[in-house]
Design a protein around this ligand. Sequence first.
Ligand SMILES: Nc1ncnc2c1ncn2[C@@H]1O[C@H](COP(=O)(O)OP(=O)(O)OP(=O)(O)O)[C@@H](O)[C@H]1O
Length: 263
Amino acid sequence: MSDVLELVDVSVVREGRALLDKVSWSIAEGERWVILGPNGAGKTTLLNVASSYLFPTSGTVQILGEKLGGVDVFELRPRIGMASSALADKLSRRQTVLSTVLTAAYGMTAGWQESYEAVDEQRARAFLDRLGMNDLLDRRFGTLSEGERKRTQIARALMTDPELLLLDEPAAGLDLGGREDLVRRLGRLARDPYAPSMVMVTHHVEEIAPGFTHVLLIRGGRVLAAGPVEDTLTSAQLSRCFGLPLVVERQGDRWTARGLPLT
Ligand SMILES: Nc1ncnc2c1ncn2[C@@H]1O[C@H](COP(=O)(O)OP(=O)(O)OP(=O)(O)O)[C@@H](O)[C@H]1O
């Protein structure tokens, strides 16, 4: 299987501090990865490298078979779908949900006068339908709830038919129902053999949807562990990652974690 992403000894140094410290990580085609780690661990920095928006200070990065530094990133970026709150902040609040997704086909964050192909509109509608946004196509993006906004962003990220889908904390700010709804939808996507390779950043094991195959644990810019979920997501590893004693349990195809009581 060909590598979708390969990082070798990647460091990102800012103001004399390593935000990523010699990170080596590879994703094979079809894998669905979760990146878990505490606040400030370097998760978003890692995702920014994987999306070609951040060049490392040292090390090599290969994305979808192209070496970062030796490829035109403007050709590479449409092959990568990304959903993050930083990107959402750039979207027009006045644009409708349908236009918000449709403009992604043209690599834009706002709609101008371009005329869209009927086929693009059909695709946008299909992705929004898959994410349960059918009744909100004409709503302005800025009036959506947090959950609706997240689902619109994921539909938008899928619009370019990416080979790699990167999701930065897609469940952040959602209530219990919203989270569970999103987990179900992500689970469906993760299990779809035609869906792109996926990476999801999260703080919570409860947000790992069934169908996610691998996990990377990061702390202080360093990879603590990376591998298949069943082998990697252990109480010992998670405790090391978050810096306190935690018990992680698998219940069916979902995960939970809790801290041990103080003695
Ligand atoms: N441009 C920058 N210059 C200096 N430090 C930075 C810069 N960007 C990020 N950092 C720092 O790098 C560290 C890692 O940031 P990053 O956003 O990757 O963490 P994260 O794991 O995504 O955190 P969170 O879970 O809180 O979103 C943080 O301590 C952050 O303050």
